[in-house]
Design a protein around this ligand. Structure first.
Ligand code: ATP
Ligand SMILES: Nc1nc2c(ncn2[C@@H]2O[C@H](COP(=O)(O)O)[C@@H](O)[C@H]2O)c(=O)[nH]1
Length: 401
């Protein structure tokens, strides 16, 4: 005999629900997708009181607590939820700025399917929606010693508020001047392997005998800070990111010659002779793969450092730019606590203030779903919200645009 669904599930709408659940002392909404019901409620197990999620399987009559990936939205005074396609639920937080208001809960996207296979249980992933078209993350690859780190350090120094470095995890030992949490998260292999099994990584690879990986959190930490994310990863990692929904620009850095690469690697003096040999052997395959068509959008030769750096900046369209943090277009938009949300064709209609207020003060905003891009494990970009104008009439309490 399966478990019983709680009282508030009596009100399940297959498209949209806004509800208050006194038992959980907070708002809860329930969305049915196929044989499953996704129930969003309040979680008090962390300081920020974020959304909790439970899934009710109608066939098996059982509840489960899925593995939740990505940054969870913090609770606001109210929220609503609407199913926008069979894989994604849009959650709107009231009283929040445009870049805090829209959250996408992915329940069966390709990324979620892949992580579910890895984790071996139910997985969902949050992706925060952002207005307009934020610049894409940058993936920089190239053989060990070519100068990737040097170029990235220059970029971060010149544009400290524009770029943020994705701090990878690695099982290799720290070098003398490397700081844990700044250059890498230095990790025990067994811990990193467990985190990989728990679906916490966007990509991982065995490189030069050690494990390296980009956690979802590392990328989110940069984007949460309003910066453009830079990933310094090997060619295998670049391939994995290319296959993910993190739309990035892929840049491969080449040495002017193999001899010069060897000279740089040795003069850095951070590897033993054996490690240098291993890195040079791997460099041959990386150069082959990196320069063959398909994977990288741009190839830069790092001969003279300053020339290469200028070329990199040109690529990133920064050569004439000042150090300005990216500001997405802000629109005059805030969802009040009193609102409802519906989906019509490829649009989400957000009906604001149409409950007990004068008709003239009510307004409907329209979100165009056809312009959305990206998604977990990154942001959902391309939110374009237009005002549908004040409501002129109301039908069944639901406004008309
Ligand atoms: N254009 C250049 N000309 C001469 N030396 C350079 C140039 N670019 C970088 N170097 C030097 O080469 C060495 C290796 O550079 P760096 O550590 O940035 O390489 P990397 O690609 O990040 O390597 P890894 O993948 O092993 O982290 C450093 O000592 C750096 O100062
Ligand atoms: N696939 C990944 N590769 C990574 C990541 N972080 C770094 N790297 C690459 O490893 C080599 C060696 O780096 P080193 O610091 O030990 O010299 C280099 O090619 C890096 O680009 C990662 O998260 N994923």
């Amino acid at each position: 005999m399966g478990e019983e669904a709680p009282e508030f599930l009596g009100n399940i709408d297959k498209n949209s629900i806004l509800g208050y659940d006194s038992e959980s002392q907070g708002y809860s909404s329930s969305i049915a997708i196929g044989d499953k019901i996704y129930v969003l409620g309040r979680s008090d197990d962390d300081a920020n009181s974020s959304f909790s999620l439970k899934v009710f399987d109608k066939l098996g009559g059982k509840w489960s607590n899925p593995t939740v990936l990505g940054t969870k939205p913090t609770l606001s005074k109210g929220h609503s939820a609407v199913l926008i396609n069979k894989n994604q639920i849009l959650v709107l937080k009231s009283d929040s700025s445009p870049d805090e208001c829209f959250w996408f809960l992915e329940v069966d996207t390709p990324f979620v399917k892949k992580q579910r296979e890895l984790v071996g249980r139910e997985v969902v992933a949050w992706s925060k929606g952002i207005t307009g078209d934020a610049p894409k993350p940058i993936v920089i690859s190239g053989p060990s010693g070519v100068g990737k780190g040097t170029l990235i350090a220059k970029l971060m120094k010149e544009y400290p508020t524009t770029f943020g470095f994705s701090v990878s995890h690695t099982t290799r030992a720290p070098r003398e001047k490397e700081v844990n949490g700044v250059h890498y998260h230095f990790t025990e292999r067994s811990i990193m392997e467990k985190d990989i099994r728990d679906g916490e990584f966007l990509e991982t690879a065995a490189v030069h005998g050690n494990l390296y990986g980009t956690s979802i959190e590392a990328v989110e930490a940069v984007t949460n800070g309003g910066k453009r994310c830079i990933l310094d990863i090997d060619v295998q990692g670049a391939r994995s990111v290319r296959a993910s929904s993190l739309e990035a620009i892929f840049i491969f850095i080449c040495p002017p010659s193999f001899d010069e690469l060897e000279k740089r690697l040795r003069s850095r003096g951070t590897e033993t002779e054996e490690q240098v040999q291993k890195r040079l052997r791997n460099a041959k395959a990386e150069l082959d793969q990196g320069t063959s068509p398909g994977l990288f959008d741009h190839i830069l030769v790092n001969d003279d450092l300053e020339t290469c750096y200028e070329n990199l900046k040109k690529l990133l369209a920064l050569d004439e730019c000042t150090d300005v943090t990216y500001q997405p277009a802000r629109e005059n938009f805030k969802v009040p606590v009193c609102h409802s949300v519906t989906k019509e064709d490829h649009k989400v209609l957000i009906h604001c203030g149409n409950n007990g207020l004068e008709a003239e003060t009510a307004i409907t905003f329209v979100l165009d779903l056809t312009l959305l891009k990206g998604g977990a494990p990154g942001r959902t970009r391309g939110l374009h919200i237009s005002a549908g104008g004040p409501l002129t009439e109301s039908v069944n309490g639901m406004g008309q645009v």
